[in-house]
Design a protein around this ligand. Structure first.
Ligand SMILES: C[S@@+](CC[C@H](N)C(=O)[O-])C[C@H]1O[C@@H](n2cnc3c(N)ncnc32)[C@H](O)[C@@H]1O
Ligand SMILES: Nc1nc2[nH]cc(C(=O)O)c2c(=O)[nH]1
Ligand code: SF4
Ligand SMILES: [Mg+2]
Length: 210
């Protein structure tokens, strides 16, 4: 296919730059412990200095893949699909989520919310970032808010973000992995003092699974 045709399909969300797909256990947040098929879409310009998948950032290094192919693979593994990245909302998630829904799958997203919400979702995990704040009404649609804590100032940021979500949104504080030994005790104390929050750990990293 000609490059400009591929670019057109990517622009419409009919092809997506696919970094990797894997069947694993959701490690984080509300659905931790649940088997799920992860689809990691390339492309992100949010630039978190501690991002654990920096190789996802440059979309051009990930092959444009048709949503039919992504769906064909996904249905073989699980009825719960987690779309992550990179930042999946860089792209129009409408075509992919419609196609997954036609197979009656549960579709979850991991997103910073830095770009407008597209697609239909059974579960939205919003993980806002200071350097590119969420846009639009995703705060009202998020099922869980998961703030990454790198230092104690992030607890103030977490409260500012929590003030913007809906009342049923579940609130999580998750240690940034490289400083977990330092910040986990801060989070534990904070959650005991402020029990509207819960602790989220990257349990897949402790389990040594993807
Ligand atoms: C790699 S991101 C991809 C999805 C989207 N760009 C986002 O940030 O939500 C998936 C999840 O991992 C979290 N995360 C990334 N790097 C992390 C790290 N070093 N420690 C803890 N959580 C991290 C993000 O905040 C997000 O909740
Ligand atoms: N097991 C596992 N759980 C996860 N939850 C969110 C992840 C992500 O990178 O979006 C992730 C991941 O990369 N692996
Ligand atoms: S928004 Fe997500 S993928 Fe992008 S840099 Fe931050 S953690 Fe990494
Ligand atoms: Mg991850």
């Amino acid at each position: 296919m000609a490059i400009k045709d591929v670019m057109g399909l990517v622009a419409k969300g009919h092809m997506l730059p696919l970094m990797e797909e894997f069947y694993t256990i959701q490690g984080e947040g509300f659905h931790k412990g649940t088997a799920a098929y992860f689809v990691r879409i390339g492309g992100c310009d949010v630039g978190c200095h501690w991002c654990d998948v920096k190789k996802s950032w440059n979309a051009e290094t990930h092959p444009p893949t048709s949503i039919e192919q992504i769906v064909t693979n996904a249905v073989k593994y699980s009825d719960t699909i987690v779309i992550t990245g990179g930042e999946p909302l860089t792209w129009d998630m409408g075509p992919l989520t419609n196609a997954l829904k036609s197979h009656k799958l549960n579709i979850h997203i991991e997103t910073s919310g830095a770009y407008p919400l597209t697609g239909i979702w059974d579960w939205i995990c919003l993980s806002p970032k200071k350097n590119k704040l969420p846009v639009g009404d995703i705060y009202n649609k998020a099922h869980e808010l998961k703030v990454i804590v790198y230092n104690k100032h992030d607890l103030n940021f977490a409260e500012e973000q929590a003030a913007q979500v809906g009342e049923n949104c579940i609130l999580y504080l998750q240690p940034e992995w490289s400083v977990r030994q330092k910040v986990t005790p801060l989070i534990v104390d904070y959650v005991m003092q402020n029990p509207k929050w819960k602790v989220s750990l990257q349990t897949h990293k402790y389990l040594n699974i993807p």
